[in-house]
Design a protein around this ligand. Structure first.
Ligand code: HEM
Length: 482
């Protein structure tokens, strides 16, 4: 009892001291004459965002009240919410060297001290080095080579659809898309050929789905790390240590208790590690991403010189741990995004039969020219302008994966459009307000589905469904109009 009382008193004293020291931080936007909703002490606006059904929608609500640039706080960290495209262009493109990273959390810095770090979280020259090696694996030539793998998975899905249509029963196409995209990713990323689409209990499918069911925003360690950033690295290290312990216990006592179940991320990485161990010289014929990365892998320690992303002399190598982490990233980054995009496309097309017919005509036209009866490949799809516009318009109206990924943290004090931004501050685009800005997307009504609006050249920052700037490179072949 006494111990608990002392513990609570210490925590209370720490919190009060913290508030007193940081209270000044809440003046951050006032001194810059930037408006915003009133913060509550200690939490800032974090509680509102944690409780919001969709944080991205919450930002759009605030934008209606406070305009195109306003300020909020996550704990005491200042976050500038922007839907002013010139301001965003400055941050994401022109001043990229001041904003080369996404918003850091308790894991970013702790993970960067370790070896299993992937592109999404990598900082400084480590990110630049990884991009140098991985960019060529996403070239048009390599993607073309993967077309047969992708077509096999699509054909598997197509075999199932007549059954559903004959039965005249409702079914959830999103579930089928999820299985199909995971099938594509497992084959293209690391050559694992499973019967995933016929086996809903497939373990890879389950583990990757679990990565998304864990909402890290709601975990105590993450919440604490947001409110008290100085605890960040310690909490992150503890978090990783705990998972390693669980992993070891899991290996020692398999199937004893669910409590020891390791995090799905490390389960997946272990499997990738096993696949690497089984790869022999024969595998060199493969064209999957794992093989392409392994060709640039080194067993030696790679030392990244400094934090300057503009450094010209960066090694063109990856460590084996980085290969593993990146295969995991492709599985996670490609799965939820692609299947959700396909589900939205289906939903929108069902509700717009005219556009659906137009798209069908375009596809039929290309297929009728295809005399040898081969499945359409990368080149054929690239020659379907209406298809491209439909996908863009669907993702303009229903952008996915946005507020958590499209943001930047300042690493060095700078001035953006007359606003002084300090190290550690975050710039968060309000994607909904940008995508639904009548001035940027008119003259057609922004609330109506109109693929043709993408024939007009727009502001380079008007479309950010795939993010923008050097950290979005992978999708640049998709959004080539902008
Ligand atoms: C409809 C499908 C997809 C959407 C909407 C989407 C969206 C996004 C967005 C918004 C970002 C953040 C970009 C930024 O910060 O500027 C991102 C980053 C990323 N995406 Fe995707 N994505 C999709 C598919 C994929 C696929 C299929 C892969 C790989 C297999 C992938 C791999 C990545 C990677 C590696 C990054 C991080 C790049 C870096 O930080 O250097 N994405 N994606």
């Amino acid at each position: 009892m006494l111990f608990t009382l002392i513990l609570y008193s210490i925590i209370l004293i720490l919190i009060v001291t913290y508030i007193v020291v940081h209270v000044k931080q809440y003046e951050y936007f006032k001194v810059r004459q930037i408006s915003g909703p009133t913060p509550s002490y200690f939490f800032g606006h974090a509680r509102t965002l944690w409780n919001a059904k969709s944080p991205s929608r919450q930002l759009a609500e605030w934008s209606k009240q406070f305009g195109k640039i306003y300020g909020i706080f996550e704990g005491t960290r200042p976050v500038l919410i922007a839907s002013d495209v010139d301001f965003l262009q400055e941050v994401f493109i022109k001043q990229f060297s001041h904003f080369p990273i996404r918003k850091t959390n308790i894991l970013t810095k702790a993970l960067n001290r370790g070896t299993r770090i992937h592109l999404f979280n990598a900082l400084g020259t480590r990110w630049k080095r990884q991009r140098n090696v991985i960019n060529p694996t996403f070239s048009a030539v390599k993607l073309k080579q993967m077309s047969p793998l992708i077509n096999d998975c699509i054909n598997e899905l197509m075999k199932k659809l007549p059954d559903y249509s004959e039965k005249h029963e409702d079914f959830n196409i999103y579930t089928l898309y999820k299985r199909m995209t995971m099938d594509v990713i497992c084959r293209c990323a690391f050559g694992v050929d499973t019967d995933m689409q016929n086996n809903p209990d497939n373990i890879y499918l389950k583990k990757v789905a679990q990565v998304f069911t864990i909402d890290i925003r709601k975990m105590l360690a993450f919440k604490l790390g947001t409110l008290v950033p100085s605890l960040g690295v310690t909490l992150g290290t503890l978090f990783i240590f705990l998972n390693t312990v669980k992993q070891k216990l899991n290996q020692l006592f398999p199937s004893t208790t669910k409590k020891f179940e390791q995090f799905p991320a490390s389960w997946i990485m272990e499997r990738v590690d096993e696949v690497i161990g089984m790869r022999s010289d024969v595998a060199k014929q493969r064209v999957d991403l794992l093989q392409l990365m392994l060709e640039a892998a080194s067993r030696e320690h790679i030392k990244d010189k400094n934090d300057d992303v503009n450094d010209q002399y960066i090694a063109k190598k990856l460590t084996y741990d980085e290969v593993i982490a990146n295969v995991f990233l492709f599985m996670v980054a490609g799965y939820e995004t692609t299947s959700t995009a396909l589900a939205y496309c289906t939903y929108v097309l069902v509700n717009h039969p005219e556009e659906q017919l137009k798209l069908q005509h375009e596809i039929d036209e290309y297929l009728s020219q295809n005399e040898d009866g081969k499945d359409p490949d990368y080149d054929v799809i690239n020659r379907m302008p209406y298809m491209d516009m439909v996908i863009k318009e669907v993702l303009r109206m229903h952008p996915i994966a946005i507020s958590a990924v499209v943001n930047r943290e300042c690493i060095e004090e700078t001035d953006v459009c007359g606003i002084k931004i300090t190290k550690g501050a975050v710039i968060q685009p309000d994607v909904y307000s940008v995508h639904y800005d009548q001035e940027l997307w008119g003259p057609q009504d922004v609330n109506s589905f109109c693929p043709e609006r993408h024939l007009t050249k727009r502001h380079p920052l008007a479309y950010i469904a795939f993010g923008v700037g050097p950290r979005n490179y992978y999708h640049s072949h998709i959004s080539y109009y902008y």
